[in-house]
Write a protein that binds this ligand. Sequence first.
Ligand code: UD1
Ligand code: CA
Length: 454
Amino acid sequence: MLNVIILAAGLGKRMQSDLPKVLHPIAGQPMLSHVLAAARALAPERIVVVVGHGAQRVQQAYAGQDLHFALQQPQQGTGHAVMQALPLLLEGDADDTSLVLYGDVPLVQAGTLQALLQARGQGLALLTETLDDPSGYGRIVRNAAGQVVRVVEHKDADDAERAIREVNTGILAAPTAALRRWLGQIDNRNAQGEYYLTDIVGLAVREGTPVAHAQPAAHWETLGVNSRVQQAQLERIWQGEQARCLLEQGVTLADPARFDLRGSLTCGRDVFIDVGCVFEGTVQLADGVRVGPHCVLRDARIGAGTVLDAFSHVEGAQVGDAARIGPYARLRPGADVGPEAHVGNFVELKKTRLGRGSKANHLAYLGDALIGERVNVGAGTITCNYDGVNKFQTVIEDDAFIGSDTQLVAPVRVGQGATLGAGTTLTRDAPAGELTLSRPRQQTVPGWKRPVRK
Ligand code: UD1
Ligand code: CA
């Protein structure tokens, strides 16, 4: 039975923020969500989050999820924090394990945690690292035979102990029953007056429980966030990792250091992504897609060979194969651009289907519209879809030609092959194959003179 305990009660004073520290994001997701993702990959029977500062906001953020919360009030150390979780832990088989993680150590990976659980055997296992600069960390004290004896906190360590470069990352796995027993024996007689979780190591050794250790696959997995500076550093590390994975999959990134993924991005073969793009939610780019500089894509599907030019914004939309979007195009939720269609600069689509080969190249608003194939939408076309209360649909059938500066007052239909003259305000359906226009006849006033100043 696997329990995961996530410590998230700390104040995070150095963040200088009203938001609880573990809710601050990395790659668009709260730090705690990253830890939870790693935890869930282990399929634990129970996850207990120890909350304290901002407890309500943390609980609200995860309402309705498979989590249990323990309240630690006041915060008297990491050992004290784990004690609060004890009543919620599940036990029942010989393999009962409790894994301790930290809400502000967001980048730990499931593979590393698996290695730690494997190393544990029947005893206690610590995730440790050897650092060039170990200051601030708890040190792993070993005896002459090289066996772990105890962990000493930096503030309690003497000079010889401070010279030890092997440190405790804080992450550990223990048999659940033993964890209860050991936590019942620790006290707060130390430099910080806290109940140290790390004191269980000495107690385990005294009982003859084996103490194993494992190392993280990457150093950045165990980095914690105590300040905005560290948050920004971890953000860059994580973005660099994601960029590296995409490069290894064959995606071209114009500059891996100017790439931001805040969700999941799936790419086909030979995809090119220029600098400064942001990907959010779930984005799929098919084979040969080219994304120009400074595009934002959120929950989008882009078909093979399609080109998105600079500064395009695509959200909740899909685009077919071999289409051309942008520069400066905006596809809003429900936009569905067909294959070989063109959406040019300053054109906005919302809940609109633009059929195969149709073009809206300049300055248009197309909302709640069903547009057929090979339609030409002239510059300045606007679907007047909203009367202030209700939304109405515009239908434009195949091969229609919409003259520039046309307003389509919905609900309205333009028949197949119809032509609308420039400047038309269409309030009734336009018949197929005919020219329809609403335009006061042009006149010239002969001999008219401009007024002169009196
Ligand atoms: C802890 C370890 C130290 C290790 C270091 C790694 C102890 C006693 N020391 O030290 O060996 O090298 O982490 O970073 O465990 N927390 C609570 N409630 C509390 C206290 C802390 O939830 O009462 C949470 C904090 O929010 C934080 C985590 O536990 O997420 C670690 O606390 P922190 O004070 O940073 O521990 P360190 O002193 O750095
Ligand atoms: Ca710390």
